[in-house]
Design a protein around this ligand. Sequence first.
Ligand code: GLV
Ligand code: GLV
Length: 322
Amino acid sequence: MTKPYVYITRKLDETTLTPLKEVAHIDMWTSEDEPCPREELEKQAAQADGLLTMLSDQVDEALLSNAPNLKVVANLAVGYDNIDLKAAKKHGITVCHTPDVLTESTADLAFALLMASARRIVEASDWIKDGNWTGWGPLLLAGADVHHKTLGIVGMGSIGTALAKRAKGFDMNVLYHNRSRKPKAEAQLGVTYAAFDELLTQSDFIVCLTPLTPETKEMFNKKAFEQMKNTAYFINVSRGQTVDEDALYDAVTTGKIAGAGLDVFSREPVSPDHPLTTLPNVTVLPHIGSASVETRKNMMHLCAENIALVLQDQQAKTPVQA
Ligand code: GLV
Ligand code: GLV
């Protein structure tokens, strides 16, 4: 019997793929950093039994309806807004993602971006490298305190909960907003549920961690930024499309809020000419929330395990629960 065929849309560390190599023939796109072109993805999907995809690949009805052998798509991300789940279901394709393994690393990055924004870390580093440091100054590059301030977490899943733990170590008051209440986090971490409007008006730092859905698309709009304190920082580590970027630019440049830290953009990669990347009080990162070497390797390994299980007619470890 011939082994099933699995296509991987980016060049990944071979050592993480061992569980898959035992049960399938695999091939990969040749680049680590450049996405697999759509045409190639379509060609590969038409013959593959499994796909290991990136969040930058659009796995839509057009792709899935021309993939007669496809049984499983494993996305190297916890988010799966790039995948049409309805179409996958219709075609009997299992979709997997990588929750849990990236929770702590992503919470680390979210807190790092919050601190970098408040204390102007990147701006200060660039300032020295640009040759500006001629003397110490009492208010030179002075920023905002983090400790004892109020953090508002929008999207209280496992990453939000891990972020709240970090914030508690800084004696922060933590509010959260979520579709459902989280009694366990309230009891164990002392976090407080707040309506969206209330969270916006009371928080010194607002961190967006909610998945992108039709309901959360552009939930951070003009009205939301207007409700925030003018000393507030907005941090986004979820998906860029949860934000109306024109409204954010307006809020940051007119002093409606103090600044922003963005790991994600509505179109990625973002161009260096994008207005938000030109502002000193906006810290920008290239979607690296889960990007520690250890965590990314764990994510690759989990994708490989999921595909191998489905191809052997077993339950996937982390299928998307839709
Ligand atoms: C990254 O954004 C992810 O969804 O894992
Ligand atoms: C700062 O470095 C201080 O000594 O106050």
